[in-house]
Design a protein around this ligand. Structure first.
Ligand SMILES: [Zn+2]
Ligand SMILES: [Zn+2]
Length: 420
């Protein structure tokens, strides 16, 4: 090797090493990070923990044992559009523009966002983005990848977009899929999928037909879940992206009116609540199967985040149906999450991946809904806008391991050899 070539090589190694040191704060260094985020609407630790103890959520138990887990602090009176918009922007509802299911009397739509959401920030940084069933993303915004909208999508029989499940072919008032070509692909390869989860039956529909209505409704929920699982598998197989964000919403929908409550709880009606006491826990057993499908697509370069916007707990006092008009119309709900004190219904947070601690529990509500966007941006080395309210979840990272990973890179090793 001539002196000149050697000098150039050494200079290149030093440059690479310098960038390696700078990137040592990043969990992954040699490849573009891959993140799969799986949102569960209303994941409730009170129900999930006994299932974990009984070995009935083996996939979640496996991820917890290999990652970090804990409660996710939420905000006052949490609901899906409000919290998912915080996940996306790390800005309070009154700043980001989406304050709840309705904004100024109209169903919340993605164009109301006043702060740049995660999907735009990542797309602008040439990170590919794939999203499906994420609440309040209708109409589908353009991204560097794809979007299939979720909760609050307008469609036939669901003109207000409120907590119902239009099929792809029934969508109205805007596009549910970006790019349009993907809609045709999904229709032919996956089917005419339902968006979001089923609307809950009303008071009149239930009265006198309780068992029939409950059973039929749960069967329809089960069909929607199967379609969504198939969709997630299809997208991860055929449309892999750097950042993937999928959401499940049937858990919360079932919990609101079929939470396995006892006779001493507010709202108990034996005609409904003694019928399918396993209906709500079954949603988490089914979620665990979805997680198993997602895990087939997780490799050592993938960060997997499972999170929920809030938990869900039984009502503590009799409340009028009016109190839940946004969520349930006139369904006799027996559990909710929009308690004024958000600390009463924390969400769930579980993460596993390169540079993340293994088998670690985080106590004390240190992690919050504002911290999601800054943490995702950090993983990709994309600067977070200064207006973001959250912080990078440094408590989940094993910094020493991240640095070790960086210095064990084949690009860095020769320099260490020279320096020694
Ligand atoms: Zn929710
Ligand atoms: Zn809900």
């Amino acid at each position: 090797m001539s002196k000149r070539i050697w000098f150039c090589t050494l200079a290149a190694i030093i440059l690479l090493a310098a960038s390696g040191v700078a990137m040592a704060q990043q969990p992954a260094t040699t490849k573009k990070p891959r993140v799969i985020m799986l949102g569960v609407n209303g994941a409730e630790w009170d129900i999930i923990k006994p299932l974990l103890v009984r070995g009935e959520m083996p996939n979640l138990a496996w991820v917890i044992s290999r990652g970090v887990s804990g409660k996710l602090r939420t905000v006052s009176a949490p609901n899906c559009p409000k919290i998912y918009s915080i996940f996306e922007t790390s800005r309070p509802p009154e700043e980001n523009g989406i304050t709840g299911f309705k904004v100024n009397g109209e169903t919340a739509v993605s164009s109301l966002l006043k702060a740049p959401p995660l999907w735009s920030l990542l797309s602008d940084a040439r990170i590919s983005v794939g999203m499906a069933n994420v609440p309040a993303t209708f109409p589908a915004p353009p991204v560097n990848g794809y979007v299939i909208t979720g909760m609050l999508t307008h469609g036939k029989g669901c003109e207000d977009g409120m907590l119902c499940s239009p099929k792809l072919s029934e969508v109205q008032d805007g596009e549910a899929v970006f790019p349009k070509t993907l809609a045709r692909e999904i229709a032919s390869d996956v089917g005419d999928i339902s968006i979001d989860c089923l609307r809950m039956p009303g008071d009149a529909e239930l009265r006198g037909h309780e068992a029939e209505t409950v059973n039929r409704w749960l069967e329809n929920v089960s069909q929607i879940r199967k379609q969504q699982q198939k969709l997630f598998d299809y997208l991860l197989t055929k449309r892999p992206t750097d950042f993937t964000f999928f959401v499940q919403s049937c858990e919360d929908r079932v919990g609101h009116w079929l939470y396995p409550i006892q006779p001493h709880n507010a709202g108990y009606n034996p005609g409904i609540h003694s019928l399918r006491v396993d209906a709500f826990p079954n949603q988490y057993r089914e979620f665990d199967k979805v997680l198993g499908t997602v895990l087939k697509h997780v490799d050592t370069n993938t960060t997997l985040i499972i999170l929920s916007d809030h938990g869900i707990k039984p009502l503590r006092e009799i409340e009028s149906h009016e109190a839940h008009r946004d969520h349930a119309g006139n369904t006799p709900v027996i559990a909710k999450h929009d308690f004024e004190d958000g600390d009463d219904v924390p969400g769930l947070f579980v993460a596993m991946g390169p540079g993340i601690k293994r088998g670690s529990r985080v106590f004390g509500l240190q992690m919050g809904v504002y911290d999601i966007a800054p943490t995702i941006l950090h993983l990709y080395g994309v600067p977070a806008p200064p207006q973001m309210k959250g912080h990078v979840l440094t408590e989940i990272f094993e910094d020493t391991k991240a640095i070790a990973d960086a210095t064990s890179s084949p690009l860095i090793k020769p320099l260490l050899h020279v320096l020694h």
